[in-house]
Design a protein around this ligand. Structure first.
Ligand code: FAD
Ligand code: EPU
Length: 350
């Protein structure tokens, strides 16, 4: 394992904001994960597992141990009907998708170019272009951080939802995901229901879909290497059909999608309609091409990002009566915190 004391978190998260942590440890095997959680030196300290840090915002110095997943390995087997992949948690998700597409293993291509580690994908149940991680997941393996036992959960036991899973609830801080099992059918049916994919031929190859998605994403989403960001800052809100009918009477063009538990609204559309595209607070900015993404435009502090997020959320609420919930995970001094914590006072730049 590689250990850093009192170090900058900047290289370990994609918002590229200057925050620090007491201890940062890169782990390269399951045994090293267990060692970190067993070691007396770090017992009692808060611990945070991180992949590529592409869905987090550090709001202040982290007084604990940040553990970075670097466990590598991909194993593929097949039978007449399916491919089965066992992939270690530290593998890079976008590279995994590219690798499967090149090998002609179809089924992951709609999730192209989503930054992050394989082990983080089940936590948020990543999704894009009509596919979610849950649709290809067979099982998830993790180290129980309290007992250091290995546990395997079936996809059903993971309780996946929209950007949600058991790892954000009863297993929060209790599981270090070490590998995932993916299963994709050899009877390939391309998923072409989402926006720009609708114009493609129904027998499009996984390579074709992969290429189109990469092109669309590169045009629309900011590259974290150029402008720090963590993807969609807020989730798309789901409202009841009664609430939606009232909104549609007032805003006939409101972008919406039917879901099993209500009507999902496009948060990017709501933010854009409030005239917030391109708005800056300090060094943080609402992305001019995708209003759902907040970017670190110019040496933003976490306070800049929080103040911008508070402003966006309150403007959308004032106009539409819809309260946005952030998708990005806020990490405070000793653990996860939420935007409400900062609501009563504009916080100072530091
Ligand atoms: P991190 O940010 O490191 O961690 C995220 C959370 O998971 C944290 O709470 C962390 O504690 C926890 N965690 C991480 N690893 C483990 C583990 N091994 N065990 C237990 N808990 C763990 N997301 C989408 O769903 N769809 C998109 O289309 C999409 N597009 C994006 C585009 C950009 C440009 C960016 C920057 C982000 C985008 N995201 C998207 C968000 C992000 O890519 C995903 O949430 C991704 O899964 C995060 O992976 P990570 O390794 O960076 O996780
Ligand atoms: N829209 C606007 N203005 C904007 C942005 C979007 O009007 O500034 C409208 C678009 O025109 C479109 C609708 O909103 O009609 C949806 O936009 P888009 O297809 O870009 O998707 P999104 O809802 O903004 C979601 C996910 C993304 C995922 C894409 C593609 C969430 C929170 N975000 O974004 O995931 O890549 O769909 O499937 O669900 C992420 O989670 O970090 C992420 C990037």
């Amino acid at each position: 394992m590689q250990i850093y004391y009192n170090s900058s978190l900047k290289p370990f998260h994609t918002f590229s904001i200057n925050q620090t942590a007491d201890v940062i440890i890169e782990v390269f095997s399951v045994e090293e994960v267990k060692d970190v959680f067993r070691n007396d030196k770090w017992r009692g300290l808060p611990k945070l597992v991180l992949g590529k840090g592409s869905n987090v915002l550090f709001t202040e110095h982290y007084r604990g141990v940040v553990i970075i997943n670097r466990i590598m390995g991909i194993n593929v087997r097949e039978d007449d009907s399916f491919y089965y992949l066992n992939v270690a948690g530290g593998e890079d998700w976008p590279l995994l998708v590219e690798h499967t597409v090149k090998k002609g293993i179809a089924g992951l291509e709609n999730l192209a170019m989503i930054p992050g580690c394989v082990g983080s994908a089940p936590v948020q149940n990543i999704g894009a272009y009509g596919l979610e991680f849950k649709d290809i997941c067979e099982y998830v393996e993790y180290v129980n951080t309290e007992t250091q036992d290995m546990v395997q959960l079936s996809a059903r036991e993971c309780q996946f939802g929209y950007r949600d899973s058991v790892f954000k609830h009863s297993l929060k801080t209790k599981a270090f995901v070490t590998s995932v099992g993916l299963k994709v059918s050899k009877r390939y049916v391309p998923l072409l229901d989402y926006g720009p994919l609708r114009s493609l031929a129904s027998d499009s190859s996984c390579q074709k879909i992969f290429d189109v998605i990469c092109k669309v994403r590169s045009e629309k989403l900011p590259d974290p290497i150029v402008s720090g960001n963590a993807g969609s800052f807020f989730k798309n809100p789901v409202v009841t059909s009664d609430r939606f009918d009232l909104l549609r009477q007032q805003y006939p063009d409101i972008v919406h999608y039917h879901t099993s538990n209500g009507m999902k609204l496009a948060a990017g559309w709501l933010i854009e309609q409030c005239g917030l595209k391109g708005l800056c607070i300090g060094g943080a900015k609402v992305h001019p091409k995708q209003a759902l993404v907040l970017v670190n435009e110019n040496n933003a502090t976490s306070a800049d990002v929080i103040n911008l997020a508070l402003h966006v959320r309150s403007q959308v609420y004032e106009r539409y009566g819809v309260m946005l919930e952030h998708e990005v995970r806020f990490m405070g001094e000793t653990g996860e915190v939420f935007l409400d914590k900062f609501m009563d006072s504009k916080i100072e730049r530091s």
